[in-house]
Ligand binder design. Structure first.
Ligand code: URP
Ligand code: ZN
Ligand code: ZN
Length: 468
């Protein structure tokens, strides 16, 4: 199948150009002007031409932080690989990197196999895996090398959630040391979980059980302290480190300080920390809709996060998509905010929120927008040249994006398998018109035209030592 996308503005992180895009099978074969005219003066033979006049032609976005079917707090994140990747596609995201989970006391292999089984035959767009490492042992350290060789190149460890995913400093340091030899990358959930548990227990004892207090007890300084600590550990191990879902200025200060010292510290933030705030967690149990960790912060953190994105102290925006229904799953936390399953839906909204708040809002250029939603994720997670760029030789994961379309985000129209939206009623400017995944149109005219099982596992390159 040959497709010509004609007359659009191709936006890559490195620049924009008025150009056509020729797709041959699953890959882009050419980007340039006048591609409809063949070399000999005749017209090029294509099966289909898509008119992109007045539209942006951008690389399919990459969300490097999702949790499909994550077991958490006695339940499971509600989106499956089928429903979650379908929703992602509607929102212009054509690659996700999800977190496989090592259960404490079990092998990495067992966890990874379970995630392959969930995704294979179900995902509608391409996917990769990071590995959540809950148990650092002699055996699991050896397994890390094997996973890196299989294209599962990153390992998430936690200074939060004692008794569940938590690792102590020694375990974190050992895993970091291992990446110095296997070229993997350590991703850190950096909040001081031990201290948080003390304050949380005190809050509940004092009768402060509403979801709002989830946001209160997880102090920004606890995130700042843990972020600084894990960066220092990575420095000592001589490896890069990547901070996931950074929410607070305290943590950003730690990342910026490290980068100013020349340390290879990297971080993502998420739309919820740019667009939502602690105030959203008020209103009684309704606040459970917004319970995630790290929690939403007071609004004064937001301009600093935007500034971090502008100055590249934050390299990218991912969603941490982890949806739980409000009407049943979130209710597990009635009477005790500690029991609310942690996580928010968002995989479908990121591209539009970042376009609206970032580009339309005048904070970032459209090239920077493409950088933080697609190009940096590809570069940092071993997909450079394949995803995250509209260029000859790359996978034809392409979004024809209408930068002027207005729409209202709502649970009544979104495609995520969850009964509420954190952005209910928010009007955004910009929307994905046509979405292609490896040369196949998967969303068009508001309809899904892809197929369950078309998504492929992405064996990613290890990039640890090359990150700078
Ligand atoms: O609240 C969150 N972030 N839930 C998902 C698990 C995690 O820590 O990323
Ligand atoms: Zn986390
Ligand atoms: Zn997460």
């Amino acid at each position: 199948m040959r497709i010509l996308i004609s007359g659009g503005t191709v936006v890559n992180a490195g620049g924009s150009v008025e150009a056509d895009v020729l797709i041959d099978g699953e890959t882009v074969s050419a980007v340039g002007r006048g591609l409809s005219r063949g070399a000999g003066g005749g017209s090029v033979q294509v099966d289909r031409t898509i008119d992109a006049s007045g539209k942006l032609v951008i690389p399919g976005a990459i969300d490097v932080h999702t949790h499909m079917e994550l077991p958490f707090g006695g339940t499971f994140a509600k989106d499956t690989f089928e429903t979650g990747t379908r929703a992602a596609a509607f929102g212009g995201t054509t690659t996700i990197i999800d977190f496989a989970v090592q259960t404490r006391g079990r092998s990495l292999r067992e966890g990874l196999d379970a995630w392959h089984a969930k995704a294979q035959g179900n995902a509608v767009v391409d996917y990769g895996f990071h590995m959540i490492m809950s148990d650092v042992t002699d055996e699991s350290l050896v397994e890390m090398d094997q996973l890196v060789a299989e294209g599962v190149t990153d390992f998430k460890l936690f200074t939060a959630y004692p008794g569940v995913f938590y690792s102590d400093d020694g375990a974190i340091f050992r895993a970091m040391q291992r990446t110095a030899t296997n070229d993997g990358l350590i991703m850190m959930h950096a909040e001081n979980g031990m201290a948080i548990d003390v304050v949380a227990a005190q809050a509940v004892e004092a009768g402060n059980t509403d979801p709002y207090y989830h946001g209160v007890v997880r102090y920004p300084i606890f995130e700042g302290e843990a972020t600084n600590r894990v960066i220092r550990l990575a420095e000592a191990a001589g490896v890069p480190v990547y901070i996931v879902h950074l929410s607070a200025r305290d943590a950003l200060d730690a990342v910026r300080g490290a980068r100013d010292r020349g340390v290879n510290a990297f971080a993502e933030t998420c739309p919820q920390y740019l667009f939502l705030s602690l105030e959203d967690m008020g209103n009684g149990f309704e606040g459970a809709k917004f319970v995630c960790s790290p929690p939403l912060r007071t609004a004064d953190h937001q301009p600093e996060l935007w500034s971090g994105l502008v100055k590249d102290d934050l390299q990218l925006v991912a969603t941490d998509h982890c949806p739980f229904d409000f009407h049943d799953q979130k209710q597990l936390g009635q009477g005790d905010f500690r029991k609310v399953p942690n996580g928010l839906p968002g995989v479908e909204d990121r591209v539009d929120l970042m376009h609206d708040g970032g580009v339309v809002g005048g904070r970032i250029s459209r090239e920077r927008w493409v950088e933080i939603i697609a190009a940096a994720p590809a570069r940092m997670f071993g997909l450079e040249g394949v995803k995250g760029v509209v260029a000859a030789g790359a996978d034809a994961d392409i979004v024809i994006y209408d930068p002027e379309r207005r729409h209202t985000i709502s649970a009544s129209t979104h495609h995520m398998n969850v009964d509420y939206s954190c952005y209910e009623g928010r009007q955004v400017v910009g929307g994905s018109d046509v979405v292609l995944s490896r040369g196949k149109v998967v969303v068009e005219n508001g309809q899904f035209t892809g197929a369950r099982g078309d998504g492929r596992f992405l064996k990613r390159r290890a990039v640890g030592p090359t990150l700078a």
